[in-house]
Design a protein around this ligand. Structure first.
Ligand SMILES: Nc1nc2c(c(CN[C@H]3C=C[C@H](O)[C@@H]3O)cn2[C@@H]2O[C@H](COP(=O)(O)O)[C@@H](O)[C@H]2O)c(=O)[nH]1
Length: 341
């Protein structure tokens, strides 16, 4: 395993002159798996204390038996909407895409597809549109224009702020290129998550639940999955520990799990969701919906792998469930104003 870290400031370590200093890359290599363990462990912690949402293990077994362990294979970019040129510009594109990959529902006509294809078209017109020095300076109206969207985007000021954060930090620590950020992780998905959440506060998707810190890291994880999917596990998409990634706790996958009967909501929560009422960010309900989704799919994956001798990844299950969800317009999902998903 290479533990090289060509870019400085990966971990702020205090230098103590009479103690040998570990190379930063090695520190990252040693501690990075903790980030992904934290997601699994905190999701399980919430699921074991959850009162508004329950994971129904019996329904998981039924679902697994029904498909006989064969999760339908969904190709990354099955929609044909993403930019791809097999090089560093694709990495820049995916990083910006996932920096903005949240909360589309407040505008009933806006979807993830608009963002992915809008950024793609912008890049095809102007290859420098996502350069770090440009990202640092976009205004709300310019971002709308870039995406060819006719009106203000949901939580637009936050989207602009996050773009600035990405531009500034890419420039400060990674020579302006997301490709250097990825190279610094030494082909480890867990190290990349660790790096992203250390350097870019907007990606620190976490909350407090009953006094306990819960980590879900949805957009950081989806960026890793997008690299892996787009580059087909090679080049910038090669990660020896891709199996450490969990699902991406968004607002579509929980709705599909509920429809399958795998997630059960208590009646007040059912009413709020079915009447499109907003769920408060950081509320027990919100954290439980997201954490129980992660935990339920972990259980599903474990069961499939054990019962059918497979090596299935959570990412495979995620893309299947998500693609089912976005094609089912009638599905009601929880609505939380959030920059994380
Ligand atoms: N769990 C999970 N959530 C995902 C994605 C993706 C897109 N992944 C790309 C990767 C390969 C494919 O080809 C996809 O194009 C977006 N989302 C989330 O959905 C929500 C948007 O929904 P709507 O408002 O209806 O567009 C929003 O929270 C968004 O963050 C995923 O894969 N998994």
């Amino acid at each position: 395993v290479t533990v090289c870290a060509p870019y400085p400031q990966i971990l702020p370590t205090r230098h103590c002159p009479d103690r040998p200093r570990l190379p930063r890359g090695l520190i990252l290599f040693l501690f990075a798996p903790a980030a992904m363990e934290a997601v699994r462990a905190s999701a399980a912690w919430v699921a074991s204390r959850s009162s508004h949402v329950k994971v129904d293990m019996l329904e998981i077994e039924k679902a697994v038996d029904k498909i006989q362990g064969n999760v339908p294979k969904v190709e990354w970019d099955f929609e044909g909407i993403h930019y791809f040129d097999n090089g560093p510009l694709t990495v820049q594109y995916l990083f910006v895409l996932d920096a903005l990959n949240f909360c589309f529902w407040p505008d009933k006509d806006l979807t993830y597809d608009n963002l992915a294809s809008g950024l793609k078209l912008a890049l095809e017109k102007d290859k420098s549109a996502l350069d770090a020095d440009r990202l640092k300076n976009y205004t709300g109206p310019q971002l709308r224009e870039l995406l060819n969207w006719p009106r203000p985007l949901p939580i637009e000021e936050e989207r602009v702020r996050l773009l600035h954060e990405v531009g500034l930090e890419l420039e400060r620590s990674f020579g302006g290129e997301a490709a250097n950020l990825v190279k610094s992780a030494g082909n480890s998905a867990a190290s990349l998550i660790e790096l992203i959440t250390r350097h870019f506060p907007g990606f620190r998707d976490h909350s407090l639940y009953k006094g306990h810190q819960v980590f879900l890291y949805k957009r950081a994880q989806i960026f890793v999955a997008d690299l892996w999917g787009a580059f087909k596990g090679e080049n910038y998409g090669e990660f020896y520990d891709i199996k450490s990634i969990t699902i991406f706790a968004d607002y579509i996958v929980p709705a599909v799990l509920r429809e399958l009967g795998i997630l059960k909501y208590e009646s007040n929560l059912c009413c709020s969701i079915d009447s499109n009422s907003e769920i408060v960010p950081g509320s027990e309900e919100e954290v439980e919906i997201r954490a129980c989704s992660v935990h339920a799919v972990e259980k599903m994956r474990e069961l499939i792998n054990k019962k059918f001798g497979k090596q299935l990844l959570s990412i495979d299950i995620d893309l299947w469930l998500w693609s089912v969800g976005v094609q089912n317009m009638a599905l009601s999902h929880h609505r939380t104003l959030s920059i994380y998903y």
